[in-house]
Design a protein around this ligand. Structure first.
Ligand code: HEC
Ligand code: HEC
Length: 250
């Protein structure tokens, strides 16, 4: 394909300050382009958007397939070129080729996560979910599973349910403590500093305790989630995955 098409159209639509309705196909969309785009991304974007594009302290997740500011490749191209004025998202004066390659890379992140037709049966999976009482935690204090299929790959979700202890994010670490006046505290650690610990108690309330009030403190880095490994058959796990992937996705 003639890459000049991309060169010519972009300045025109940029001058209009809006996205064109005609879909402009990314002219740099091969495997090699994606690999080059990833290199550019690692050097220029990862510091804010995370090494895997899933968001970091300073920039949003770019891997879900939906964006706040655009829905087209061309829109992504323009955001890269112009930045998002009024935010820390800078303009990148990249040449069109490298900019399109980054767009291709960003797109590849969500396609990798678009969890295409597994073997399972979602309706049966919903019954497994009910029978295993997953909702007892997941409708309460545990992570919201709606839309998990857009945030995690099937392989990652499978790992979470087969082997919950493998990689427990720190926001789910639980602590137990005793105060000097004999009270027992327990909850999810949210944050801590030199003097205090902020946490969420069993009732979901935000609380804070001074370290100086504590007689003992124990951090539990395991997940409370039971493994399904020995409880469910391979078919039931496939069904459960099909249900989870479809859950809360419009
Ligand atoms: C200094 C931090 C920083 C760097 C570096 C950075 N970004 Fe961003 N980016 C942001 C922030 C913050 C936003 C959110 C702006 C807003 O919409 O409020 C953003 C938004 C975006 C968006 C729009 C997301 C959406 O949901 O609409 C895209 C696309 C994007 N950045 C791509 C990139 C690419 C590609 C690079 C590297 C070439 C990059 N960014 C480098 C901070 C950064
Ligand atoms: C005793 C409470 C509890 C039960 C029961 C439970 N979970 Fe969880 N689950 C958690 C907690 C807490 C986490 C977050 C910590 C972690 O990653 O293990 C979690 C994490 C997950 C994740 C990863 C979420 C993410 O955002 O990556 C998935 C998927 C999941 N659970 C599915 C299930 C399914 C399916 C069942 C039923 C078979 C189930 N859970 C039963 C507490 C529970």
């Amino acid at each position: 394909m003639n890459i000049r098409v991309g060169f010519l159209l972009i300045p025109i639509t940029m001058a209009l300050g809006q996205e064109s309705n005609s879909t402009l196909v990314n002219p740099f969309n091969s495997e090699a382009d994606i690999a080059r785009g990833e290199q550019t991304f690692q050097s220029q974007c990862a510091s804010c958007h995370g090494r895997d594009g899933r968001g970091g302290n300073a920039g949003p997740d770019l891997s879900t397939g939906t964006f706040k500011r655009t829905s087209s490749d061309e829109g992504l191209f323009q955001i890269i070129n112009k930045g998002v004025p009024g935010t820390v998202m800078p303009a990148f004066p990249l040449n069109p080729g490298p900019a399109w390659q980054v767009v291709a890379y960003i797109r590849s992140l969500s396609i990798g996560r678009r969890n295409q037709g597994g073997a399972g049966n979602a309706a049966k999976g919903e019954k497994v979910f009910a029978a295993q009482k997953c909702a007892a935690c997941h409708d309460a204090s545990a992570p919201d599973l709606d839309g998990i299929g857009t945030r995690r790959t099937v392989a990652e979700i499978r790992e979470s349910i087969m082997n919950p202890q493998a990689d427990v994010p720190s926001q789910w670490w639980r602590f137990k403590a005793k105060t000097r006046d004999g009270r027992s505290l327990a909850g999810l650690r949210l944050n801590e500093d030199t003097y205090s610990i902020q946490y969420r108690d069993g009732g979901g309330n935000l609380r804070s305790v001074l370290r100086s009030q504590l007689a003992s403190f124990e951090m539990d880095r395991t997940s409370p989630m039971p493994s399904t490994k020995d409880k469910l058959s391979a078919t039931e796990i496939d069904d459960l995955l099909a249900y989870l992937v479809a859950r809360g996705v419009r």
